[in-house]
Design a protein around this ligand. Structure first.
Ligand code: PLP
Length: 448
């Protein structure tokens, strides 16, 4: 794989000015003084601008599930762009997006059969929240407008997503956000659950927060509750045993829609097409993005149960049923990338492979538990986290410095403050897993 990275790209790729691009979720001044630029990628590796091979321990941003520049997807996109660059999805359509919707529906559990396309996880979340409110109104329950999220959740950066989300830094500078939103407590409990392997044993009762919020607001005012089945961006919080099942019970009892935000967990991260399948739960909607096209072309989607779609299908037939959509909903390039990606998952047995690798990944990750400053290790599927004690008075500094040190040693890592998050491409070999944790181990021993 390493040989396939093109070292010549290194010369071609260095820009001569870094100032114009305002980088997202990045300390711009630090980056521009010491840039970490990549110029090409293949399989498990990036090539840096100075010509080094960089092992990817985070599948880009939890998205390159098939590894980088997968030949089947690359070929499909190249052919696709020469065949149909764009077709409107408003009032018209093209064949590939219908085909993709059917493949997505096939892969989702229960009657999650209706697929609304968008371009990102954030758009998927805002779309799902809007569908939830509009669905209740379509059934004559327009008073159900409240949305329940969870502390420390990440649901992207739209106003809907940050409103139901619970990561303080993503919310505090943006004013009052959506009205009528409340939050469940988060599920991280280091006292009872530190160093759990897989799902933690304690915390099922935290799902009863939904009952508490129903008692406070009256359940007849609540449209939906949204959770990440495994909280990802905050630092990988697998759900306590029984927690998601309890949320399903309570939401169903009160007629509240349950939305699983599977932008990270869908398409193999947990060894199944969805977390819903892994946990044996059918939510009312699933949001997805990232792994849907294995990051080759941006795409997001909301998959809804039949009953949600059907509630909208009334009134005169020439009238639009849902006033929502994006210019690029179901873009032809995203559609062909999605079709090729889903085929590759099947042909290469990617989900089965994740289930086989999970115990090896878990052992390698937990071998870091006694390293300096490690206060927790958590994992599920091919998602894992190592949480470090912050430097006194400088939260996030230790994690940031170690991330840079890893990069200098040829490893791209993702951090959330002082927590390392690992989500390698699902094609990784055991040797890659060894290299990831050997590098992190060495960095922690020598620099932490
Ligand atoms: N929801 C979840 C659970 C996510 O993890 C993310 C991104 O990491 C998003 C939504 C937002 O996705 P995007 O960055 O594609 O808008």
């Amino acid at each position: 794989m390493l040989d396939e990275l093109n070292p010549d790209e290194a010369q071609l790729g260095a820009p001569n000015d870094l100032q114009s691009f305002w980088q997202p979720f990045t300390p711009n001044r630090q980056f521009k003084s010491r840039p970490r630029l990549v110029v090409s990628a293949k399989g498990m590796h990036y090539r840096s601008h100075d010509g080094r091979a960089i092992l990817d321990s985070s599948a880009g941003l939890w998205c390159a599930n098939l590894g980088h520049c997968h030949p089947k997807v690359v070929e499909a996109v190249q052919r696709g762009v020469a065949t149909l660059d764009f077709a409107p999805s408003f009032q018209f359509g093209h064949n590939k997006v219908f085909e993709l919707a059917s493949r997505v529906a096939d892969a989702m559990p229960g009657d999650l059969n209706r697929v609304f396309f968008c371009n990102s996880g954030s758009e998927a979340v805002d779309t799902a929240l809007k569908i939830a409110i509009a669905y209740h109104r379509a059934r004559g329950e327009g008073q159900r407008y409240r949305l329940i999220g969870r502390e420390r959740a990440y649901h992207g950066v739209g106003f809907g997503g940050i409103s139901v989300g619970g990561m303080v830094a993503n919310r505090r500078t943006f004013g009052p956000m959506l009205p009528g939103v409340d939050h469940l407590r988060h599920t991280l409990d280091l006292e009872r659950n530190a160093f759990s392997r897989g799902q933690p044993q304690h915390g099922r009762e935290l799902a009863d927060d939904l009952e508490r919020l129903c008692a406070l607001h009256d359940p007849s005012t609540i449209a939906a509750v949204i959770v990440e089945p495994v909280a990802g961006s905050v630092g990988v919080y697998p759900p306590p045993v029984g927690y998601l099942e309890r949320l399903r019970e309570i939401s169903e009892k009160h007629g509240i829609l349950l939305i699983f935000d599977e932008v990270i967990t869908a398409w193999g991260r947990l060894g199944y097409a969805s977390a819903a399948e892994r946990f044996g739960i059918v939510p009312d909607m699933i949001t997805m993005a990232k792994g849907l096209t294995s990051a080759h072309v941006p795409m997001g989607a909301v998959v809804c149960r039949d009953g949600i779609y059907e509630a909208f299908m009334k009134g005169p037939e020439h009238v639009i049923e849902l006033f929502h959509g994006y210019t690029y909903s179901g873009h032809p390039l995203a559609a062909v990338a999605g079709l090729a990606t889903i085929e590759a998952y099947k042909e290469e047995g990617i989900f089965e492979r994740v289930r086989e690798l999970e115990p090896y990944f878990e052992d390698a990750l937990h071998s870091c538990r006694d390293l300096p400053h490690v206060i927790d290790v958590r994992n599920l599927g091919l998602m894992g986290a190592i949480e470090l004690e912050p430097l006194p008075g400088q939260p996030g500094k230790r994690g940031f410095d170690l991330m840079i040190e890893c990069y200098e040693r040829g490893l791209m890592t993702r951090i959330a403050m002082d927590t390392f998050e690992f989500s390698p491409p699902l094609i990784c070999e055991r040797t890659h897993i060894d290299q990831i944790f050997d590098t992190v181990g060495a960095v922690l021993r020598e620099r932490a």
